[in-house]
Design a protein around this ligand. Structure first.
Ligand SMILES: [Zn+2]
Length: 278
């Protein structure tokens, strides 16, 4: 068993209704009414994508690693027209994009660069290599290759109206410069992407850290009464976690917390929060 697997299966997944579908690679649960969390538990990233069903349309928030067939899965879950929207340009959130005829991405140079030039094969081989699969994986290793897809751009404050379900785009730089979240103000649900999730956070770019702190503070002030749906490990968290995360990042910013060196990154820990940063 690999080190990252020691906490599997993660407890929260068993508290939701499991949705039947045909691919053993995915685990699908209904995390909120007509919002399906699509989990990839057999790969180190433990990434989570989401399918949100409205009265007229559906929205797929990220398309996963690309290891299994996201298009087939979505066809099994809904017959509605599906808008695909990426939370940010990292490889584990855009892997299935090419299976859809068109995707929506945030209008940011980093995202457009990935859409135009792809993710490097070296990075994909490292990050999605055989040694990143669980020993219990029901699917044999296969190489993921970035494939281009056609795309359209969305901007901050754009609203996706799925029919009695409206989701607004907000720009939340920090984890990456192009990170966005999706807000549903009526239902008080916040899709956090990789800006917040219940595991070690990452900030790879030193110049983004101050923005990360202010993103987290703004979100903590506005969305602490919301339900958070996060993109790694476990799907659901209370919005109050944003307040803790904002305090955590602010303490780091003020130099109040000790850190441990891990390769060329600094590792900080406080309560249940941790981050690796440049
Ligand atoms: Zn990411």
């Amino acid at each position: 068993m690999k080190a990252w697997e020691k906490d599997l299966p993660r407890a929260q997944w068993n508290t939701f209704k499991k949705i039947h579908q045909s691919q053993p690679w995915f685990e699908v649960v209904e995390v909120l009414p007509k919002i399906y969390a699509i989990y990839e538990p057999y790969q180190f990233q433990e990434v989570i994508s989401y399918l949100i069903i409205g009265e007229q349309k559906a929205l797929l928030w990220d398309s996963g690693t690309g290891i299994a067939d996201m298009r087939l899965l979505i066809n099994e879950l809904t017959e509605k027209e599906v808008i695909v929207l990426n939370s940010h340009c990292h490889f584990d959130h855009i892997g299935g994009n090419h299976q859809f005829s068109d995707v929506m991405v945030f209008d940011h140079p980093d995202m457009i660069n990935i859409m135009e030039h792809g993710v490097s094969q070296k990075l994909l081989d490292e990050q999605l290599g055989m040694d990143t699969y669980s020993d219990n994986s029901p699917v044999a290793y296969h190489k993921v290759i970035h494939r281009r897809c056609s795309y359209h751009l969305c901007k901050e404050n754009d609203v996706f109206d799925l029919g009695r379900r409206r989701w607004k785009v907000i720009h939340t730089p920090g984890h990456s410069a192009d990170s966005i979240m999706l807000v549903n103000e009526e239902e008080k649900v916040l899709m956090t992407g990789d800006s917040y999730y219940p595991a070690t956070l990452y900030c790879f770019d030193e110049s983004l850290f101050d923005e990360y702190v202010s993103t987290m503070r703004t979100c903590a002030n506005q969305y602490s009464e919301y339900v958070l749906l996060t993109s790694h490990n476990e799907p659901k968290r209370d919005g109050l976690k944003l307040k803790e995360a904002a305090c955590f990042l602010e303490m780091i910013q003020k130099g109040e917390l000790p850190f441990e060196k891990k390769n060329d990154l600094k590792y900080y820990e406080w309560k249940n929060h941790s981050i690796l940063k440049k």
